[in-house]
Design a protein. Structure first.
Length: 282
């Protein structure tokens, strides 16, 4: 693991927070188009892979990235691909607010996985904040029980577990490459997207939107991976939950998707939990 110096931690916090802000737009991108989930995965995946590989090549790191691609990077690639396969359909089957806020359960999963794998115990304030964030998620999900949104919420929880696993891998193996797994996780989903979707029949007017989504995803994935190697897994997951207060706001203003009272209450709990954890850690 990378030694957690003040400079390392500050850099990690900045990268993860930046990733959270970028990721918060995912629901808006997904629900702003009529394109179906697998078709979104296809075109967003191509764009993300191209942008990421271009980024690696521009830095002259393409050879070294492939040379350093070992088992941990392969595991990250699989986890990210599985998370993506659940992430996009979740937005189609549930609301932007629900999916974004369910992701706040990531600290709960990441802390547990970190303890099981490397016995990395999170601080008391991170544990408390994580439990509060998880309670906020339960408040939100309670409004989906017994209706059609339950499947979407279930996919969001699965995606959250995959992302928590990714954070733990980077914490255990900080030398693992960040950009290449993000690109390959998009590439390995392309055959499934062709089989289960109709990516070549989407409206031409929506293609620029999906390409921009790919760029956003590429930036968010790389910054999250780079930040995750510099911070304890539970704290990485907790910081990434900062997308919680922004995602419903974007959905409200852009998609006119008005959050329910449960979403507002749950979101407030999550936001305050993350803010409190960082204030105590400062």
């Amino acid at each position: 693991m990378i030694r957690l110096t003040a400079t390392t931690r500050t850099t990690g916090v900045f990268l993860v927070v930046a990733s959270a802000f970028v990721f918060s737009s995912a629901g808006v991108f997904t629900n702003a188009v009529e394109t179906q989930a697998w078709d979104i995965i296809f075109w967003r995946g191509i764009a993300a892979a191209v942008f990421t590989l271009f980024y690696i090549g521009a830095r002259g790191k393409l050879g070294s990235e492939f040379g350093a691609f070992g088992r941990p990077a392969l595991l990250v690639t699989v986890l990210m691909a599985a998370g993506t396969a659940a992430f996009i359909p979740a937005f189609k089957l549930s609301s932007v607010a629900n999916v974004a806020l369910i992701y706040a359960a990531a600290p709960f999963f990441a802390a547990g996985l970190s303890w099981l794998v490397i016995r990395e115990a999170p601080t008391r304030q991170v544990v408390t904040a994580s439990l509060c964030a998880f309670f906020g998620v339960l408040v939100i999900v309670s409004g989906s029980l017994g209706n059609a949104r339950l499947l979407g919420d279930g996919l969001a929880l699965f995606m959250t577990l995959m992302m928590a696993g990714t954070m733990v891998v980077y914490r255990v193996h900080p030398e693992t490459t960040a950009a290449l797994p993000a690109a390959l996780s998009s590439v390995i989903l392309l055959p499934a997207a062709i089989v289960f979707g109709q990516p070549f029949e989407i409206p031409a007017a929506e293609l620029p939107h999906l390409i921009l989504f790919g760029l956003v995803f590429a930036v968010a994935s790389v910054t999250l991976s780079e930040g995750a190697r510099r911070l304890p897994s539970a704290e990485t997951a907790l910081l990434s939950a900062l997308e919680v207060p922004l995602a419903p706001v974007l959905a409200w203003f852009i998609l006119v998707e008005i959050p329910t009272l449960r979403v507002v209450i749950g979101g407030a709990i999550v936001f305050l939990a993350v803010l409190w954890s960082q204030t105590r850690n400062s």
